[in-house]
Write a protein that binds this ligand. Structure first.
Ligand code: AMP
Length: 279
């Protein structure tokens, strides 16, 4: 496995690769969710490039950029075990040199709601860095987790509308045994908060149970999910939403694939999760 920190070195290694290249962008502090992306990439490509970059432009000024967990040595060990060929882990100045001033932005209809509404500028930071990584790595395929459902929809839209040639591959959410979606941010939770955090999954399970029982009124599903969340005193809800999985338009009636998603604060830790409901 080769580890590179500059765009020039990354490009030089890329130029030597023949056959398909799979890209796995991450912010590091890897867990089984990230490794599942790497395994998918490994199975489908001659070469696997993973990136570790805590992207400052996708954090708001009051958010957790400074304290975001980092453990590059452990990350490299895990990536090597999964058969990663190249790890690109640039410093911030390599990606955003002085005077950097170009942005990639998907329109409000996809980015003005959900995470976009609660984290202004977040999705613009994501699309900008992902577009840069696409340009540097020139992968055939790029792997993203369904855990970040809106991010996935926004990246797909960017790729389609800007005629990018990379194929975006979605990978199912990997969960802890009690249902909590794996996340680097779970490390912020105290033992008591960790127990409380299972309320996100319980609320999503309630949505699925209602849907499987024939319920198609989105408002009923949202209300029942909020009731589950209200039973957990440590949980503060940012949003509970039922949207069209592709357009992210809020639904009244579920008649096509729907993404049920939520963002909940447990103490000072903000967690997101989602499931897709489809006939
Ligand atoms: P992050 O390091 O949080 O930016 O995540 C990097 C990639 O891993 C993104 O495509 C995420 O959607 C994906 N990811 C994060 N957590 C999970 C999970 N629990 N299951 C599957 N993919 C995940």
């Amino acid at each position: 496995m080769q580890v590179v920190t500059t765009v020039a070195e990354m490009r030089r290694l890329r130029a030597q690769m023949t056959g398909g290249v799979g890209l796995v962008p991450t912010m590091g502090y890897l867990h089984e969710g990230h490794l599942s992306l790497v395994r998918c990439a490994r199975a489908e490509n001659e070469h696997v490039v993973a990136t570790i970059f805590v992207n400052p432009t996708q954090f708001g000024p009051q958010e957790d950029y400074q304290r975001y967990p980092r453990d590059p040595e452990r990350d490299l060990r895990l990536l090597e075990q999964e058969g990663t060929d190249v790890v690109f882990m640039p410093e911030v100045e390599e990606i955003y040199p002085p005077g950097f001033d170009a942005w990639v932005e998907v329109g409000e209809s996809l980015t003005g709601r959900l995470e976009g509404a609660f984290r202004p500028g977040h999705l613009r930071g994501v699309t900008t860095v992902v577009a840069k990584l696409f340009n540097v790595v020139q992968a055939q395929r790029a792997y993203f987790g369904q855990k970040d459902g809106q991010q996935l929809a926004v990246i797909r839209k960017m790729v389609a509308d800007l005629n990018m040639t990379v194929e975006v591959v979605a990978v199912p959410t990997v969960r802890e045994p009690d249902g909590l979606a794996m996340s680097s941010r779970n490390s912020y939770l105290s033992p008591e908060e960790r127990r409380a955090a299972t309320v996100l999954w319980r609320s999503l399970c309630r949505a699925r149970e209602l849907f499987d029982g024939g319920e198609r009124r989105a408002e009923v599903i949202r209300r029942e999910m909020r009731d589950v969340l209200a039973s957990e005193p440590l949980a503060e809800v940012d949003y509970v939403s039922v949207v069209d999985a592709e357009t992210l338009a809020e639904l009244e009636t579920i008649s096509r694939a729907a993404m049920v998603s939520l963002a909940v604060r447990i103490g000072s830790t903000r967690l997101i999760d989602n499931v897709t409901l489809a006939d």
